[in-house]
Design a protein around this ligand. Structure first.
Ligand code: IFM
Length: 443
């Protein structure tokens, strides 16, 4: 079982532990109850875009198996569940509301309430309705306003039944994988598009915030970022490492906290900077009640020509997970303490942290040894960050169960619960059982 020093906040009942998932990755049932296609349905159909052309058509069939999944989450002793809402289930192409989509989430949320689980909802975890992409997707400023309308519909319906509303999950991925390197839907590789998409995403967040506050005044509202702290490969790489942090970390959080983009990056990429409306930065920096932090690994950076050009260095002799990411728990501590120094942070929740492993079922069990070591190490970093004054209030493991890992398809397993995709059987892995033991032992 996971262990922390006796006086650790992680041992308190007040610190919430949960598991996280996302709609397209687990729900399946893409053709039922008037769900309309998303950009991921389209992207998966493109030859070569996704490993073995896997897609989310069936995934974990959570759309039908949600009750047993909720039961299992509760049975593991979790306090909370973080799920995302499929926008294509809620708003139809003609702008009307799809009651069947709201009904599905009503069933899930009622099941969670029955188990007294704290509920964190992410409104956008990458499954943009295809009909919006047909009109330009995140390159079209209008999409930000459409997001605000969707946020209005969802939050007016569910209000305070949701404890935490996160507007966006990882806008870095939506903008930089979606529009800069083309690894994610909609598969565009163009710097100008990436920066414009990023700005429109942040605008969408800012426009939604007052709506969420109005419709759910007793809930907490915020945003979730993925941060990968950069480390210099050598002394001469310190300045470009700090530039890399500006480009990948501060480019996203600084507009939210300070209402401006980092000048270093703005000046360097001046030719491809986004169109920014007069009031946009004020809207984006409206204030958040919590910050969601997703952490998996770090990046090591070296110079690559004149400042600020840099490249990522792949260290040998380090431990890596199945997806190739270095196991580096100190990165989480540094990230949290650096952010805490740079900004006046609201309460922080680790909204994702976890490891991909090549799990195999042996005699009915999965001994995911690397994963449970990963959790112990990263939770210990959270403990240290709290001791250094960072106000971390909760931790969500990514993921509750194995699921569709985007361009890696079903090859990468991130779950603490194993999914046998042939039978849809769920089997808690050893990492899940260690959580259960620890959660049950809390005072
Ligand atoms: O599976 C993803 C998730 O959807 C967003 N954060 C990172 C996870 C692992 O890649």
């Amino acid at each position: 079982m996971y262990k922390f020093p006796k006086d650790s906040k992680l041992n308190d009942q007040e610190f919430i532990f949960g598991v996280a998932t996302a709609s397209y990755q687990i729900e399946g049932a893409t053709n039922v109850d008037d769900r309309c296609p998303s950009i991921w349905d389209t992207f998966c159909a493109k030859p070569g875009a996704v490993y073995k052309q896997h897609n989310g058509d069936v995934a974990c069939l959570h759309y039908h198996l949600y009750q047993q999944d909720v039961n299992l989450i509760a049975n593991l002793g979790m306090d909370a569940y973080r799920l995302s809402i499929a926008w294509p289930r809620i708003i139809k192409p003609d702008g009307s509301i799809n009651q069947k989509g709201l009904d599905f989430y009503d069933r899930v949320i009622s099941a969670l309430e029955e188990k007294n689980l704290t509920i964190m909802v992410t409104l956008y975890h990458w499954d943009l309705p295809q009909y919006l992409d047909d009109d330009g997707g995140w390159l079209n400023r209008e999409t930000a306003y459409k997001f605000a309308e969707y946020a209005e519909v969802f939050s007016a319906y569910f209000g305070d039944r949701i404890d935490f509303y996160a507007t966006l999950n990882e806008p870095w991925c939506s903008a930089f994988h979606g529009y800069r390197d083309g690894k994610h839907a909609p598969g565009i590789a163009d710097d100008r598009s990436a920066f414009q998409a990023c700005h429109n995403l942040l605008l969408a967040h800012g426009l939604a915030m007052p709506i969420l506050r109005k419709n759910a005044p007793n809930s907490k509202h915020g945003i979730v970022f993925n941060f990968t702290p950069n480390y210099p490969a050598n002394d001469s790489a310190k300045d470009v490492t700090s530039f890399a942090d500006d480009e990948h970390t501060h480019w996203f959080i600084k507009p939210i906290m300070d209402g401006e983009y980092p000048k270093t990056v703005y000046q360097h990429y001046i030719d491809v900077m986004p169109v920014i409306g007069d009031d946009d930065m004020g809207i984006i920096s409206t204030g958040i009640d919590f910050l969601g932090v997703n952490y998996y690994t770090r990046s090591v950076i070296d110079r690559d020509g004149p400042y600020p050009n840099y490249k990522q260095v792949n260290l040998s002799d380090v431990e890596r997970t199945h997806i190739g990411w270095e196991v580096y728990q100190d990165g989480l501590l540094k990230l949290l303490t650096d952010l805490n120094q740079a900004y006046k942070l609201p309460p922080v929740y680790i909204t994702e942290n976890g490891a991909a492993a090549d799990d195999h079922l042996v005699d009915g069990a999965i001994d995911d040894e690397q994963r449970y070591r990963y959790y112990q190490k990263h939770l210990s970093s959270v403990d240290k960050a709290i001791r250094k004054g960072v106000d971390v209030r909760g931790y969500f493991a990514w993921s509750f169960m194995d699921n569709f890992e985007w361009s890696e398809g079903y090859k990468m397993r991130f779950g603490i619960v194993y999914v046998d995709y042939k039978t849809q059987k769920r089997i808690p892995k050893r990492s899940a059982l260690m959580f259960k033991e620890f959660l049950n032992s809390r005072q």
